[in-house]
Design a protein around this ligand. Structure first.
Ligand SMILES: Cc1cc2nc3c(=O)[nH]c(=O)nc-3n(C[C@H](O)[C@H](O)[C@H](O)COP(=O)(O)O)c2cc1C
Length: 155
């Protein structure tokens, strides 16, 4: 079945105004007028389901770095969807943004390892932000959203 509109799913754990800023920048990039034919659906990581992933043509994941890992909420998302999605969502384009106080390395490694296990295809380098997000960080988040949208656009 062909569809004129592709769906970009943003699964995020947004726990503070800083993370909200990053999320909004990603969403603004994903919904830019420069890209046509893409609708954006957002889901809190604790509410997202395997069906949300099945229905997505691309996915963006957002998390704080917590104790050297992704947030428990995003881990819960992966625990929920991993086996249902394992055969169904291979090659799904994905990208990741992470915010931390000082070190996002473990969170990035953890997400990339699971996404690799799922066979998802990274389409943009992770946007990693530490401390208060400056203009460059917010632009990187915008770019991340726009890049995934452009990747799955049918136009
Ligand atoms: C329990 C806990 C563990 C955390 N662990 C890390 C960590 O390992 N690396 C890091 O860079 N930031 C860590 N942080 C900071 C969070 O990533 C940060 O609070 C979150 O991204 C929101 O940013 P904000 O507090 O500036 O709003 C931790 C925060 C909490 C509450």
């Amino acid at each position: 079945m062909s569809r004129d509109v592709r769906r970009l799913l943003i699964v995020h754990h947004t726990t503070s105004p800083t993370l909200r800023e990053l999320f909004e920048a990603v969403r603004e990039g994903a919904t830019t007028d420069e890209v046509e034919g893409v609708e954006v659906v957002t889901r809190a990581a604790l509410a997202a389901t395997a069906v949300d992933v099945f229905e997505a043509d691309g996915i963006i994941l957002g998390t704080p770095a917590n104790i050297g890992y992704m947030s428990g909420a995003l881990k819960h998302f992966f625990d929920t969807v991993y086996y249902p999605c394992l055969e169904e969502t291979r090659r799904l384009p994905y990208a990741l943004y992470v915010h931390g106080n000082n070190d996002t390395t473990g969170a990035v490694r953890a997400v990339e390892s699971i996404a690799t296990g799922l066979g998802w295809e990274r389409v943009q380098r992770p946007a990693t932000v530490t401390g208060a997000p400056g203009k460059d960080a917010l632009e990187a988040c915008w770019e991340l959203g726009a890049t995934v949208a452009a990747t799955i656009s049918p136009v």
